[in-house]
Ligand binder design. Structure first.
Ligand code: ADP
Length: 463
């Protein structure tokens, strides 16, 4: 059966408290009662002895007489205490008998005691029994006394009151602790369940697409605080992802709009006969189609990269060898633009994904070539320190305006848009570079001055 945390916690606490109170009261009741009745039994024996010795003292050997006034007083006193006595002299003659003295009082006292004991201890099955004891003085038997009292033990009124108050105290303590524990249990359960319920509420909102929802409250329970932090973190990640998704859709639409508008207007003009479909115009249309194709290809590779970046195929690679290989693939292009590419630095090794690092070098070097005019210099310099390796690619080309520098690693960002339309870039190359380097735990920085050239510096951890 499913239950809320609150009711489960409350009921568990209630059961534990009930059990504890039950066990404690059961044990204390048994122990106290046992101790108390033992004590009472002993007291009764003692009392019988005291009665016996007190009566013994009422006999005078000189006069051979009993002080009957005192015997009577002792007898009556004992009667009120629940001891019914009969005193005999040494010849067995009855000297004093409580029942003979006041039958009514005796019966009343006996009934009271029997009634009280039967109610309080129904399982005791007690009754009045008599014990006969010799009366002696200086070792001489001077008579005997028969003491009759409720056995195995009985409680007088004071003792009854004591036991009764004790039971009431125990009961009150039980009831009080029950109430307190119910209250504490309820508060505790509320304190634990409230943040969980709030978390559920916020996760529902997140599931409904309200990614800006956050849990504001703090919990002093470790696990709950962890839950709150994780949910907030999750919401934050989802919010960022949603922003990026929207941004990407906007960017893609924006990037496609220009070539498609151009294509549309050219083709319209040609189909409507306003323009002659000359080779030059068809070439323009073709260029725009190629641009769209490049954009889609770049997007595909970025998507693939972002998907695969979690699985890097790391191996020991030599940066110098990779750079040399990439430089040689750009040989024809650099010769066309009369660019001088020099590579400085020895072999540096690191653990990384070969094809991805190669892609980084390709993108950076192709940019350096793309944005350099004829006769410029490009220098690739390798470096190494204790934990990191890296390289910088410096060109003496166009440079990047200072206010555009912070954005060049963003998707689709192209500095100096009109110029870049001519160079055919889609603004994804540096995004790919950054993504690969981050997946490796590395980073990239850029220094550039408009008209002077740019330096891109890549740093990667060795392991
Ligand atoms: P693109 O495909 O447009 O080259 P990138 O992401 O590789 O896209 O580069 C983003 C922008 O950064 C480029 O459009 C360009 O304006 C600028 N840029 C990148 N590298 C260089 C460089 N070496 N010199 C000057 N500008 C550069």
């Amino acid at each position: 059966m499913r239950q809320s945390i609150k009711s489960r916690l409350s009921s568990t606490i209630l059961v534990i408290v009930l059990l504890t109170i039950g066990i404690i009261s059961f044990l204390s009741n048994i122990l106290i009662n046992k101790q108390f009745t033992n004590y009472i039994s002993k007291q009764q024996e003692l009392k019988a002895q005291i009665i016996t010795s007190s009566i013994s003292q009422q006999y005078s050997t000189f006069t051979d007489q009993w002080n009957m006034d005192y015997v009577h007083a002792i007898g009556m006193f004992s009667l009120y205490e629940g001891y019914i006595i009969k005193v005999y002299d040494k010849d067995g003659m009855l000297l004093w008998d409580a029942q003979a003295h006041d039958m009514k009082l005796c019966n009343q006292i006996m009934d009271e005691i029997s009634e009280r004991m039967r109610i309080q201890y129904p399982q005791l099955n007690g009754d009045f029994t008599s014990v006969s004891q010799p009366l002696s003085q200086d070792g001489n038997v001077i008579g005997s006394v028969s003491i009759s009292y409720f056995g195995p033990f009985f409680l007088n009124e004071n003792e009854f009151r004591f036991i009764h108050s004790l039971n009431i105290i125990l009961l009150s303590v039980g009831v009080l602790s029950l109430v307190v524990s119910l209250l504490v249990g309820h508060l505790l359960a509320k304190r634990i369940s409230r943040p969980i319920l709030n978390t559920v509420e916020v996760t529902k909102q997140i599931a409904d697409g309200k990614y800006e929802a956050r849990l504001e409250e703090k919990s002093d329970t470790d696990e709950l605080q962890l839950l709150i932090t994780s949910i907030n973190h999750l919401a934050e990640s989802l919010e960022t992802m949603e922003k990026l998704r929207k941004q990407l859709t906007e960017d893609v639409a924006h990037e496609l709009r220009t070539p498609i508008t151009i294509l549309q207007s050219y083709l319209e003009a040609m189909t409507e006969g306003i323009w002659e479909p000359s080779e030059e115009r068809l070439q323009s249309c073709y260029d725009e189609v190629v641009r769209i194709g490049t954009l889609v290809k770049d997007l595909e590779s970025l998507a693939k990269l972002e998907k695969d970046n979690l699985h890097l195929n790391k191996q020991e690679i030599d940066l110098r060898t990779i750079i040399d290989q990439v430089v040689s693939t750009f040989e024809a292009e650099s010769m066309n633009k009369k660019l001088l590419i020099t590579v400085q630095g020895g072999h540096t090794y690191l653990m990384a994904d070969l094809s991805r690092i190669k892609q980084v070098v390709v993108n950076l070097l192709s940019n350096a070539i793309k944005y350099s005019e004829e006769g410029c210099n490009i220098t690739v310099a390798l470096f190494e320190n204790k934990d990191n390796v890296g390289f910088s690619i410096q060109d003496t080309g166009a440079g990047i305006p200072a206010d555009e520098l912070p954005y060049i690693f963003e998707r689709f960002y192209r500095a100096d848009k009109s110029r870049n339309r001519m160079t055919g870039g889609s603004g994804i190359g540096l995004t790919i570079v950054k993504s690969i380097l981050h997946a490796h735990g590395g980073n990239i920085t850029v220094q550039s001055e408009l008209g002077q050239g740019s330096t891109f510096t890549v740093t990667l951890p060795k392991a």
